[in-house]
Design a protein around this ligand. Structure first.
Ligand code: MCN
Length: 766
C-alpha cells in the first residue's frame, strides 16, 4: 500500500527538541497564572482573603468563584443521552469552575492569580487565605452509598448519580438458579492517574475587537475542546479557537474540557493580555481527571459441561466530586456492548452505578472501561475452570464465538463485526510454546520461584461515542503538495505518518508530499470528534481515503479538459492521468498545482460516517514470583491481535506495546490512595508507581487480521487493545503462580508488598 515511511515521520522533530508543546507557545506581553487549590476534601467556603495578593507588585488580577459565577460559567456537558434503570434520567450537576460556596475534592480550583511573572503569581497565590468550614468527606464509592454517608449534593440522593441497567434481570436470575455451577468474584479496578509526559497547560488570549478567544492547550481534539468549553462558559463555539499542536500524551485524560481552561479564558479577557499557565506535576496528579476507579461484582453461571449460561455484573463507579465529560458515559453504555467478551453467553444482566465522592473526578483512561470488562470476565473464566476442574483453555474453546457466527449479535444489542478468536487463541498457544510449560515450571521451582501463566482473549468496542460525522479535507498548495485537515490529531499515535500514507496510497503520490494539519482553527471548518475510542484510523482514515477518491474523480474530468480528450479515454495510474494508447499524460500533482485556487481546484472536503469495530486479541503471559519478596518478573508475553487490516505495522505494534505497558502499570503498581479526609496520599512519583521499560523486555507481538467489513480500509481500532488484553492476562498469570499456595485473589495492584502479605497469610494459615 503506497510508499512506506521508516518509523514515524514526526519523531525527528520530536526527539530533536523541535516539537511545539503548549509551553513552547509564547506571545508578546503574555502574563502568567497560578491556581490556588483546595487542600480540603469537603468543606464550605466561608471566604477568600486575597487582599495581600492583590496589592503585590506585578499582580494583575485575582479571580475566584464569584468571577466565574458572575460570568455565567458552570454548566457541565454530559455524553449520557439515554435513560438509566427504571427510566431514570441523568441529573444535571452544576460544575463550579472555581469553587463558589463549597469544595468537593482536594485540588479543586479556588482562586486564580495572574501576574507579570510566574514567580510573582506563585508568591501571591501563597499569600491568599481561604477560610474553610470542614465537612465530613467520603472517598470510597461503596461507603458513599451507605445510609448516613456525607452527602455531596442536595439534589442527589445518597450520592447516587445514575444507575445504568442492561440485559434482562429476570431471565438472568432464572439462568443462575438452573446453573450447575456459579463462580463469583469481587474485583477492584483501582483509580489511576494518566500522567501524560506533558502536564496540563494552556495559553489563552482574547481579542476585544472580534470577541474571539484563542486557547492553546494539549488536547485530543479541538472540536471536543471547543464544544465542552462552549457549554461550560456560554462562549459561542465560533468565538472559541482551540489549538493543539504537539501533544505530549493524551490517554483519554486530555479529552476533557477542563475547568482551568474556562478560568484562563476569563482571565485573558479581564487582563487584556495573553495568559499562560503550566501546571506542576503535583497539580497533574491532583487535577487531571483520574481513570478506572470501579469496584466490580461479577458472576458466571455454567452448565455441567462448562458451557457459559449467563453473566451478571454490578459495578460501583467512583465518579469523584464533579462529573467529568465522559466518565459516566464510558462506564455505562460501552461496557454493556461487550459484556459477554468473546463468548456465546446468551444471557446478561448488569447494573452500573455512578457515585459521587470527595475525590478528583474520573474519566476515560486508556481502554476507558474496556479493561474492566476483560478483567472481570477473564478472571471469572479462570476461576470457573479451576473450580470445575476444567482446563482453562478448553473452557475458553468450548465457549468462544465461532468465526462463522460473525457478524455476531450480542444479548445487549451490539453487533460484533468480524473476528476469529479461536484462531487467535491457537496462534497464541503456538507462539507462546504453551505445551512446553512444564519444563519451564520445573526450572522455576528449582530456583525457588513460583511460576504462573495465563491466556486471555478479549474484544472491545472501538469507535463508540464519537460524533456521527467525521469530516476531513484535502487542499493542494501552489507546489502541488497536499495538506490534510482533520480534527483528530496525534498525542503519540503517529497520525502524521499514517494519514498521509493512506492518502498517498490512493493518490499514488509520495507520502512526503503530504502533510497533516490537525486541530488547526485556521483550516477549513470541520465537524467530528478528536482522538478518542481508538477510532481515528477507522473514521478519519476512511474519510481521508474517500476524500482522496473524490480528488481523483474531480481530477479525471479536469485532466480530460486539460489534455483535450474525452474522460473515457483516460486512465488514472500511479498518480497520473494517462491517455489510453498514447504517451500523453498529466500528473495529479501537476494538475492540482495548475488549477490551485481556481474554480477547478482539486481541493475536497469529505464528511465520513462514524465507524465502529470490535478488535480482538489473545494474549499470553508467563511470570515468576519470588516468594521471599513478592516481586514479579515477567518471563514472556505474547500478543496476537486482530485490528483488521494493519495500516502501518510499526505504528500499530507501538500502540499495542504502549497499551500493554499501561495495563502492566495497573496490574503491578499503579494505584491512587486517598485518606479518609480526601487527601491524595499517592500524590507524586515517590508514592505512585509508574511502570518502567525494564518491567517487560520480552514482548512478542503478532497479527491475525480479519479485515473490518464496514470501512474501506478494513481497519479496526488498536490504540487501546494492548491495555484491554494486558490487565486480565497479567493478573491471571500472577494469580496462577500463587494459586498452589491457596491464594486466589489479591486486589490490584499486585505489588510486591500485597503479594508478600498474601503469601505470608496463607503460610500462617497452612
Ligand atoms: N493503526 C494501524 N492499523 C490499524 C489501526 C491503527 O496502523 N488497523 C495505527 C494508526 O496508524 C494510528 C494508530 O495505530 O496512528 C492508532 O490508531 P487507532 O486505533 O485508530 O487509535 P486513535 O488514533 O483513535 O488513538 C486513540 C487511542 C486512545 S483512545 C488512547 S487513550 C491512546 C492511544 O490511542 N493514547 C495514546 N494510544 C496512545 N499512544 C500514545 N503514544 N499516547 C497516547 O496518549
Amino acid at each position: 500500500m503506497g510508499v512506506k515511511f521508516r518509523g514515524r515521520r514526526e519523531d525527528y522533530r520530536l526527539v530533536t527538541g523541535a516539537g511545539c508543546y503548549t509551553s513552547d507557545w509564547n506571545f508578546p506581553d503574555q502574563v502568567y497564572a497560578v491556581f490556588v487549590r483546595s487542600n480540603r476534601g469537603h468543606a464550605k467556603l466561608r471566604g477568600i482573603d486575597a487582599s495581600v495578593a492583590r496589592e503585590m507588585e506585578g499582580v494583575l488580577a485575582v479571580l475566584t468563584g464569584e468571577d466565574t459565577m458572575a460570568a455565567g460559567f458552570g454548566a457541565a456537558p454530559s455524553l449520557i443521552r439515554y435513560p438509566g434503570k427504571g427510566g431514570m434520567s441523568f441529573p444535571k450537576i452544576h460544575r463550579e469552575v472555581m469553587a463558589e460556596t463549597r469544595v468537593r475534592y482536594v485540588g479543586q480550583e479556588v482562586a486564580l492569580v495572574v501576574a507579570t511573572t510566574e514567580t510573582i503569581a506563585q508568591d501571591a497565590a501563597e499569600s491568599i487565605i481561604v477560610d474553610y468550614e470542614d465537612m465530613a468527606s467520603v472517598v470510597d464509592a461503596e461507603d458513599a452509598l451507605k445510609p448516613g454517608a456525607p452527602q455531596l449534593y442536595d439534589h442527589i440522593q445518597n450520592n447516587l448519580v445514575f444507575d445504568f441497567e442492561y440485559g434482562n434481570e429476570a431471565v438472568a436470575k432464572e439462568a443462575f438458579v438452573g446453573a450447575a455451577h456459579v463462580t463469583k468474584l469481587v474485583l477492584d479496578a483501582p483509580r489511576l492517574i494518566g500522567n501524560p509526559m506533558e502536564p496540563k497547560a494552556a495559553l489563552a488570549t482574547y481579542d476585544p475587537a472580534t470577541e474571539v478567544y484563542d486557547l492553546y492547550a494539549p488536547s485530543q481534539g479541538m472540536t471536543m475542546m471547543r464544544g465542552g468549553l462552549s457549554v461550560g462558559t456560554g462562549i459561542p463555539p465560533e468565538k472559541l479557537r482551540c489549538h493543539a499542536y504537539d501533544v505530549g500524551g493524551g490517554f483519554g485524560v486530555r479529552a476533557e474540557a477542563y475547568s482551568e481552561y474556562c478560568s484562563l479564558l476569563l482571565a485573558a479577557k479581564k487582563v487584556g493580555r495573553p495568559v499562560k499557565w503550566i501546571s506542576t506535576r503535583s497539580e497533574t496528579f491532583l487535577s487531571d481527571h483520574h481513570g478506572r476507579a470501579a469496584k466490580m461484582y461479577g458472576e458466571l453461571a455454567l452448565d455441567t459441561n462448562g458451557k457459559f449460561l449467563a453473566v451478571r455484573f454490578t459495578w460501583i463507579v467512583n465518579a469523584g466530586g464533579y462529573l467529568s465529560g465522559s466518565g459516566s458515559f464510558i462506564n455505562t453504555m460501552p461496557p454493556s456492548t461487550h459484556a459477554i467478551n468473546v463468548y456465546t453467553i446468551p444471557v446478561v444482566h448488569g447494573v452500573h452505578r455512578i457515585v459521587v465522592t470527595n475525590t478528583t473526578p474520573t474519566t476515560a483512561y486508556r481502554g476507558a472501561a474496556r479493561p474492566n470488562v476483560s478483567y472481570i470476565v477473564e478472571r471469572l473464566v479462570d476461576e470457573a475452570a479451576r473450580e470445575m476442574g476444567i482446563d482453562r483453555l478448553d473452557l475458553r474453546r468450548r465457549n468462544i464465538i465461532p468465526k462463522e457466527s460473525y457478524p455476531y449479535s450480542t444479548p445487549t444489542g451490539s453487533v460484533y463485526d468480524s473476528g476469529d478468536v479461536t484462531g487467535l487463541l491457537e496462534d497464541a498457544v503456538k507462539f507462546s510454546d504453551w505445551s512446553g510449560y512444564s519444563k519451564r515450571l520445573a526450572d522455576s521451582k528449582m530456583r525457588g520461584k513460583l511460576r504462573g501463566r495465563a491466556l486471555c482473549v478479549f474484544t472491545e468496542p472501538a469507535g463508540t461515542g464519537g460524533s456521527p460525522v467525521e469530516e476531513t479535507a484535502i487542499k493542494f498548495t501552489e507546489t502541488g503538495k497536499a495538506l490534510l485537515y482533520t480534527v483528530s490529531g496525534p498525542s503519540g499515535q503517529g497520525h502524521e505518518t499514517s494519514y498521509p500514507e493512506i492518502v498517498a496510497a490512493v493518490l499514488g503520490i509520495d507520502p512526503h508530499d503530504i502533510t497533516l494539519r490537525f486541530s488547526d482553527p485556521d483550516g477549513p471548518f470541520l465537524r467530528g470528534d478528536g482522538t478518542i475510542g481508538s477510532r481515528s484510523l477507522m473514521s478519519y482514515g476512511s474519510a481521508l481515503h474517500n476524500a482522496a477518491k473524490v480528488v481523483i474523480e474531480k481530477g479525471h474530468k479536469l485532466a480530460a479538459k486539460h489534455l483535450e480528450v474525452g474522460a473515457q479515454d483516460i486512465d488514472f495510474v500511479e498518480g497520473q492521468y494517462r491517455v489510453k494508447g498514447t504517451d500523453l499524460f498529466v500528473g495529479l500533482q501537476e494538475l492540482a498545482k495548475t488549477y490551485v485556487d481556481t474554480e477547478n481546484t482539486l481541493d475536497t472536503q469529505f464528511a465520513g460516517a462514524q465507524m465502529y469495530s470490535f478488535p480482538t486479541g489473545a494474549h499470553v503471559a508467563e511470570v515468576e514470583v519470588d516468594p521471599e519478596t513478592g516481586v514479579v518478573e515477567i518471563q514472556s508475553y505474547v500478543g496476537v491481535d486482530d485490528c483488521g487490516t494493519v495500516i502501518n505495522h510499526e505504528l500499530a505494534e507501538g500502540q499495542v506495546q504502549g497499551g500493554i505497558m499501561q495495563g502492566l502499570g495497573q496490574v503491578l503498581g499503579e494505584v491512587c490512595v486517598y485518606s479518609d479526609e480526601g487527601q491524595l496520599v499517592s500524590g507524586s512519583f515517590m508514592d505512585y508507581c509508574m511502570p518502567r521499560a525494564h518491567d517487560i523486555n520480552c514482548l512478542a507481538l503478532y497479527w491475525r487480521p480479519i479485515p473490518a467489513p464496514n470501512n474501506p480500509l478494513g481497519a479496526k481500532g488498536v490504540g487501546e487493545a494492548g491495555t484491554t488484553g494486558a490487565v486480565p492476562t497479567l493478573a491471571n498469570a500472577i494469580i496462577d503462580a500463587l494459586h498452589p499456595l491457596g491464594v486466589n485473589h489479591i486486589d490490584l495492584p499486585l505489588s510486591p508488598s500485597r503479594i508478600w502479605e498474601a503469601i505470608n497469610r496463607m503460610q500462617k494459615l497452612g
